[in-house]
Write a protein that binds this ligand. Sequence first.
Ligand code: HEC
Ligand code: HEC
Ligand code: HEC
Ligand code: HEC
Ligand code: HEC
Length: 169
Amino acid sequence: MNQNFLYPLYIILFVGFTALLIVVGCERQPTHPRQPIDFSHKVHVGEYKIDCEYCHSGVRSGPVAGIPSVQTCMGCHQLVAATEPEIMKLREIWERGEPIRWKRVNVVADFVYFDHYPHVSEGISCETCHGDVGQKDELLPTPHLHSMTWCVDCHDTYEASKDCMICHR
Ligand code: HEC
Ligand code: HEC
Ligand code: HEC
Ligand code: HEC
Ligand code: HEC
């Protein structure tokens, strides 16, 4: 029996299956694979208007803004979106009593001293330095944070100190 008539069918099946794999592959690709949990500032800040300081509570007490603990996340996520896959991952981390190993986005060189407190207490908004975080799903490095000219120019504008020793201790 001649089975040649089946070839088009094989091709259709092959193309269809490949397309399906690609679609499934894209679906499962986390949107920001750099981080262990697919956390979005756009959702939390942009849509749900959660205050920066609810999560980064260190900005008024010292140099480091701080990244929220798993406990802070679970304060909402014991209930909110509890059955979503990323939240189930979060719950597992919480139940194991582990921290989330977030990858740092911006790391300023060791020889530079930066302190959030004097800036925030001066009324400078987070967005002035970090950009419109509430519009971003994934935060990417902000090169100006590593630029001495950027720091010094603004100190000039505000008549803040430009003494080398305040930033290089
Ligand atoms: C003040 C409450 C609150 C806190 C605190 C909070 N979230 Fe959320 N989170 C939400 C809300 C509301 C949503 C949107 C849920 C929805 O759309 O169904 C959300 C959505 C998410 C999602 C997407 C879930 C999905 O639909 O797939 C992830 C992941 C997530 N949060 C992770 C975190 C992490 C990690 C922390 C801690 C760093 C955190 N959240 C802290 C309220 C909170
Ligand atoms: C619901 C909690 C939550 C809120 C609200 C929130 N953040 Fe975050 N933020 C996080 C988490 C978790 C990370 C670490 C993961 C990442 O980098 O996306 C982070 C990371 C960051 C980083 C990068 C830190 C680094 O590694 O350099 C900046 C900058 C930042 N947030 C600024 C803000 C600003 C500004 C706001 C308000 C407009 C804000 N965040 C509101 C939870 C939050
Ligand atoms: C004058 C500029 C400036 C302002 C204003 C500012 N930041 Fe930052 N922020 C920086 C710089 C510079 C770094 C990197 C510091 C480092 O690596 O030591 C940083 C780092 C961070 C980090 C990660 C490291 C850490 O300190 O935990 C978070 C989170 C963050 N900022 C959140 C915020 C939030 C939230 C606000 C507003 C309440 C804010 N920042 C206001 C300049 C600023
Ligand atoms: C948007 C403007 C702005 C930017 C950008 C900025 N600063 Fe500042 N900075 C200020 C102001 C205003 C003060 C408060 C001055 C005062 O209290 O008299 C200040 C104070 C400081 C202080 C404390 C000074 C003291 O007297 O103890 C340090 C340290 C500092 N800045 C470092 C930095 C570094 C490092 C950068 C860049 C990574 C930076 N700043 C970027 C405006 C800025
Ligand atoms: C307001 C904060 C601030 C002040 C004031 C400041 N610096 Fe810097 N400096 C920085 C930052 C931020 C960097 C970049 C660090 C990095 O590469 O991440 C830097 C980098 C440098 C470097 C490394 C080379 C380079 O250009 O990257 C040298 C050297 C240096 N500063 C010397 C000085 C001297 C000398 C003074 C006084 C005249 C001074 N700084 C004042 C913030 C400051």
